[in-house]
Ligand binder design. Structure first.
Ligand code: CAA
Length: 416
């Protein structure tokens, strides 16, 4: 499936290590962590020891500089065993991208090597109670006070909150500005006034904490302002999401593959009417559709990630959104069909398939709902349509009164 032409040896090695850790430390205990809603520290330590947090950190700062494609491949392998652990890993990249993409040299030197070594975990604080899809509508403020910013307010749905040591926090620094309203600041765990107030009780991905983070006059030095210039926060958030969405999409591919694998094993084993249910055409159709969609999602994700790694600037936002939207819709569909194949057993919590179903739903919601992804895709398509001016003559014109005014069906258009 993964040939030498597309993937670097390094990316394949990292993915192989992730697969090994997933089978040894993630899959066997994922039901326990799901039930207890606890973080899998053993697996996280194994990931750190194997150097997998280095995947997304540039070489100059102690990482492998392996890029977004390698990040996607590692995430997919971890998510195949447990979607929740997949995001527990990938969210570190999401939280680090503002520093990687927008940070000053000093900030990169300070935080990235610790992240690469797996000594410090990271979280991304953008969403608030009243600002989810409308990421520009934030209310958490950061006010200048001498050499510091003072942060006040609450963030919602901070994935990895409590576990993370470093938080990229998006705050309003200039309420009067439309386009330069927001700045991102790094807040470290233990800073006075910073606390985790509510650990959410979730439907799925229960191994990774999702919390409210509260900022009660949290003083952070101005040197923690990402990029050193106020007003760049919204751009940094959007650039971050462009790079991180293929990661969450890879989590979805892993989740879909994980559910499909279980469904295949069960369909071969389960016998009804004196035959394995995998011999029935209606089940075969489901399996075939699940496999086709998962494979299509995988290659859309790899393509988006590879384009980011190639340094493409045009179209990356659109491809990242397409990958996120398609792969996460696929994961939900595949998990739903997998439960159907498991029948009554699929509805029970005795087997991991019910968890696959519960874990899948959030994929269509976080890192931008799939409605927002479709909006982003459509906005970009409409902009790109300017490059299709040579087709103008082939579509009906406003001045065209009737069918007989239309150009001939073939050959040069009448108004060309
Ligand atoms: N890269 C760089 N800059 C970008 C950009 C991008 N991809 N997209 C937009 N911008 C810039 C624009 O150029 C514009 O700049 P100027 O002001 O200088 O002109 C500015 O940002 C505003 O852009 P828009 O007018 O497009 O902004 P908007 O408000 O209309 O829409 C949106 C933006 C796409 C809807 C955005 O708000 C969005 O992505 N919302 C979803 C938020 C989201 O994904 N949240 C996820 C939270 S993280 C999470 O869930 C993770 C987790 O828990 C695991």
């Amino acid at each position: 499936m993964r040939d030498n032409i597309v993937f670097s040896e390094q990316a394949k090695e990292l993915a192989a290590k992730a697969r090994e850790i997933a089978e040894k430390y993630v899959r066997p205990s994922c039901a326990k962590y799901d039930q207890l809603q606890e973080y899998n520290w053993d697996a996280a330590r194994a990931v750190a020891q194997a150097g997998l947090f280095k995947t997304f950190v540039p070489k100059e700062y102690g990482g492998h500089g392996a890029g977004v494609l390698a990040l996607a491949m590692v995430t997919e392998e971890l998510a195949k065993a447990d979607s929740g652990f997949g995001v527990a890993f990938a969210v570190n990249a999401l939280g680090s991208f503002p520093i990687i993409l927008g940070g000053t040299e000093e900030q990169k030197q300070k935080w990235l090597p610790q992240i690469a070594r797996g000594e410090k975990f990271v979280a991304f604080c953008l969403s608030e109670k009243f600002a989810g899809s409308d990421a520009g509508g934030l209310s958490v403020t950061a006010v200048e006070d001498g050499d510091h910013y003072v942060i006040c307010g609450e963030k919602k749905w901070t994935t990895n909150g409590g576990v993370a040591d470093i938080y990229s926090v998006f705050c309003v620094t200039d309420p009067t500005s439309k386009s330069r309203r927001i700045s991102a600041l790094v807040v470290e765990k233990g800073t006075p006034g910073f606390s985790v107030k509510k650990i959410e009780n979730k439907m799925g991905i229960r191994t990774v904490p999702v919390v409210e983070t509260h900022f009660d006059h949290v003083r952070v030095p101005k040197s923690n302002l990402i990029g050193g210039r106020p007003g760049m926060g919204f751009k940094h958030a959007m650039m971050t999401l462009d790079c991180a969405r293929p990661g969450v999409a890879a989590q979805a591919v892993g989740a879909a593959q994980g559910a499909l694998d279980l469904a295949l094993v069960y369909a071969n084993r389960r016998r009804q009417f004196d035959a394995p249910i995998s011999s029935f055409q209606m089940v075969q159709k489901m399996l075939a559709d699940m496999a086709m969609k998962t494979e299509a999602a995988r290659w859309l994700v790899y393509s988006a990630a590879a384009q980011i790694d190639a340094g493409r600037t045009d179209g990356v936002t659109k491809y990242a959104a397409m990958a996120k939207c398609f792969a996460t819709d696929t994961a939900m569909e595949v998990a739903t069909d997998a439960v159907q194949i498991f029948g009554g057993y699929g509805f029970m919590e005795d087997y991991p398939i019910a968890k696959c179903f519960r874990d899948a739903k959030i994929l269509q919601i976080y890192e931008g709902t799939n409605q927002i992804q479709r909006l982003v895709i459509a906005r970009n398509l409409i902009k790109e349509a300017n490059e299709l001016a040579h087709l103008e003559a082939y579509v009906p014109q406003e001045s065209q009164q009737s069918y007989s005014d239309a150009p001939a069906k073939t050959g040069a258009p009448a108004r060309a």
